[in-house]
Design a protein around this ligand. Structure first.
Ligand code: XIL
Length: 311
């Protein structure tokens, strides 16, 4: 196959990207995205600070634009995200504790109902873990304890019974304290019949540092009866990137695609963006860049060839 999506589909998988509203006016970028990818995650447009910046007042415009782009190019959508401590409006964090649950449930119900039938999956809870495997003491945890996660999943399931419901996090790609914490929660949720369908492994990697236990870790979650997905892949390099680092990045992308293909319940891989020129990495990790499969002139890099050849 000559595109990522065709090659992924031949293996029963998808290959996705993240797009922001700003990206939609860049026709070079959108043409490339539509040619290569069959899944879209909105980069920011379905987050709480966009969809409900003041209590009870919902704004669907930005998210709808991403959905409509996806639909017009036969791409599916990963909804991202309903409950997260970041990009959360101040009104939520400053609510009296006894109002947080109602606000969370209303947010989930209203957003998941709006997008019912239009999203393949939801990252219902995003980044709930600390590095040591304990749950973050965020506003949701403080109000409801660890039960907020099951409550969020049940609320999302009631609003959109067909969407695959995920917990999504970073630094859980290898077997470590953080993924062990999530693993025991996932075991409990599955045993209790809570509607959890999948685990999203963000996969914001540093070149040469893809965890060797990636495949085994995805497999142990899959063995619980869950789907797994690489949801936000990028592989950053300390700038300036030299040719050996770009070759290593190719080996990293190949290894990640191979790990997904080796796990039958790995449904797909999504890169967090399209080209190096629009990635979030340089703005968030100063000194790092070049994390994507296409460079800032939209030329395919070794990482693209390696991903395609691995499929
Ligand atoms: C990032 C976006 O790409 C940026 O534009 C924004 O400023 C911050 O958030 N984990 C996630 C994503 O789950 O939502 C984040 O996206 C990247 C880290």
């Amino acid at each position: 196959a000559s595109t990522l999506k065709a090659a992924a589909e031949a293996k029963g998988r998808y290959f996705g990207t993240a797009l922001t509203r700003g990206d939609l006016s860049n026709t070079t970028l959108t043409n490339l995205a539509a040619a290569q990818f069959d899944m879209v995650t909105p980069g920011n447009e379905m987050k709480w600070d966009t969809t409900e910046s003041s209590r009870g007042s919902f704004n669907w415009g930005p998210g709808d634009q991403i959905v409509s782009f996806a639909q017009s190019h036969s791409m599916r959508v990963r909804g991202h995200t309903l409950v997260w401590h970041n990009q959360l409006p101040n009104w939520v964090s400053s609510l009296p504790t006894n109002q947080v649950q109602a606000a969370m449930e209303n947010h989930i119900t209203t957003e998941a109902t709006h997008y019912r039938g239009k999203v393949y999956s939801w990252d219902v809870v995003n980044e709930p873990y600390n590095e040591d495997g304990s749950l973050r003491q965020d506003v949701f945890y403080k109000a409801m304890g660890s039960g907020y996660i099951a409550d969020a999943l049940r609320t999302a399931h009631a609003a959109d019974p067909n969407a695959k419901l995920y917990i999504n996090d970073y630094n859980i790609e290898g077997i470590n304290a953080k993924s062990n914490g999530l693993y025991s929660l996932a075991q409990t949720l599955v045993a209790q019949g809570v509607p959890l369908n999948g685990i999203g492994f963000e996969s914001h990697f540093i070149v040469g540092q893809v965890p060797s236990t990636l495949q085994a870790n995805m497999q142990r979650f899959a063995d619980l009866g869950l789907d797994v997905a690489v949801t936000e892949l990028d592989d950053r390099i300390q700038m300036p990137a030299d040719s050996s680092e770009l070759q290593q990045q190719g080996r990293d992308y190949g290894m990640i695609v191979n790990a997904c293909l080796a796990v039958s319940r790995c449904v797909g891989v999504s890169q967090w963006g399209v080209d190096d020129g629009h990635s979030w990495i340089p703005g968030t990790f100063p000194g790092y860049g070049a994390p994507m499969m296409w460079d800032s002139s939209y030329q395919p890099k070794a990482a693209y060839t390696a991903a395609l050849n691995a499929l």
